[in-house]
Design a protein around this ligand. Structure first.
Ligand SMILES: *Cc1c(COP(=O)(O)O)cnc(C)c1O
Length: 401
């Protein structure tokens, strides 16, 4: 992957050769995130998008505190999905005014935490309205809310659909007017709408269509709102390339569309700030997962490289995090990256399950015990999205370099 350079056959991470970095960390397996790549990604995105569009970081993609601290300085807000993520976001120094909280099952304690912190709560049910009303009565504190809407359409060709049809997320668009009335009666401070149609989309035309439809839906719903819309989160869903044949997303049409939306919003929702929220797109390409080869075995003519890391650290690369058909993430041998990818091998982990595969029949440079396997595109949905306790192997270490 071209965002990482090699020197003398060795991958460089944040200016440090991979083997030196492994020594510095003192163990494999590890995740390494490149600070400079994170900074560059946000800068490039800002340059590509029209001025005035706010960028939020959906921290569930990578909740490592050092990463969240770094991102908080670059983006305009942080989206959290639990009370514990909220703590990390607040610790990062992010302005509570710019933190929002979404999730289909917010516990009462989490709602109280959110109110006490003064963040924006994306309401996803009628139950949340009554609980927040009670919290407001008990504390007297203002309760800032937006409505997370389950749109009446689907995001086409999204890796993971999270809106349209029956969904546990948000409130169906057709129920939103009734919900808005309850929000008004309860004296909650209504600020706007949150629409999120899906994730990992690499088709600009599908994202354009979804953002346009989300905006039109928000305009319709705003007619039932108890006060002016100040916040309009149009979601994101920007994907990154993982598999052969996939290309990086071309932002030009998305940007033009957002510019048109922003212009229209200035007239129709003059107080609204337009936000997109991204997780994977901001952090995914800046991270690698590194493990060491323990064994090289040939079974009936097929070579297996058995590594000290696997699905317990990197469930998505193993193909078990929602993928329908398993495909290989981009992989290399990080301390032999200039050698020809001359042999078709499988890289497997140490777990006693055939699901523990990191690369299946993939052409790689010849590798032996001690060499380092690198999985690219691993900055999002890695360590925190993996079942680390499974088989009680050593935990993975994460570093921001
Ligand atoms: C998970 C999630 C995101 C981030 O999705 P990515 O594909 O990582 O960009 C954004 N918004 C909401 C509401 C989410 O649940």
């Amino acid at each position: 992957m071209d965002q990482f350079q090699s020197e003398g056959g060795e991958l460089m991470v944040g200016g440090i050769p991979l083997r030196r970095l492994a020594e510095r960390i003192g163990q494999t397996p590890f995740y390494a995130y490149d600070r400079e790549l994170l900074t560059r990604r946000v800068a490039e995105l800002r340059a590509a998008l029209p001025a005035g569009i706010k960028i939020h970081y959906a921290m569930k993609a990578n909740p490592m505190p050092a990463v969240v601290d770094h991102m908080a300085r670059l983006v305009d807000g942080i989206d959290v999905a639990s009370g514990r993520e909220l703590k990390v976001a607040l610790d990062s120094g992010a302005n509570p005014h710019e933190i929002s909280f979404a999730g289909p099952g917010k516990r009462h304690e989490e709602l109280r935490q959110a109110v006490a912190a003064g963040i924006l709560i994306n309401i996803e049910s009628f139950r949340e309205v009554s609980e927040l009303a009670a919290i407001r009565q008990a504390t007297g504190w203002p309760v800032r809310v937006a409505v997370r809407v389950n749109p009446d359409f689907e995001l086409k060709s999204s890796g993971m659909k999270m809106g349209g049809g029956p969904k546990q997320f948000g409130v169906d668009a057709e129920q939103v007017p009734a919900l808005l009335a309850e929000i008004g009666q309860a004296g909650l401070a209504f600020e706007g709408f949150h629409l999120f149609a899906g994730s990992q989309n690499l088709r600009p035309e599908a994202i354009v269509e979804a953002q346009r439809k989300c905006f039109d839906l928000a305009l319709r719903l705003a007619e039932s709102a108890p006060s002016a819309v100040k916040f309009l989160n149009l979601g994101g869903g920007f994907g990154i390339p993982y598999f052969p044949g996939e290309q990086r997303l071309d932002l030009s049409s998305i940007s033009a569309n957002l510019a048109a939306i922003a212009t229209e919003a200035r007239e129709k929702l003059p107080e609204a700030e337009i936000v997109i929220e991204l997780g994977r797109y901001l952090v995914g390409e800046a991270g690698i997962y590194v493990c060491k080869i323990l064994d090289r075995k040939v079974s009936r003519g097929h070579t297996f490289l058995v590594a000290d890391g696997g699905l317990h650290h990197h469930l998505s690369a193993s193909g078990n995090f929602g993928q329908v058909i398993r495909k290989n993430y981009p992989v290399t041998i990080g301390d032999r990256s200039d050698a020809p990818a001359g042999e078709a091998v499988s890289v497997v982990g140490p777990l006693c399950t055939p699901l523990d595969i990191l690369a299946d029949r993939m052409a790689l440079p010849e590798a032996h015990p001690g060499n380092l396997v690198v999985i690219f595109q691993s900055g999002a949905y890695g360590a925190s999205a993996s079942p680390q306790a499974f088989l009680d192997q050593p935990r993975v270490v994460e570093v921001l370099v």
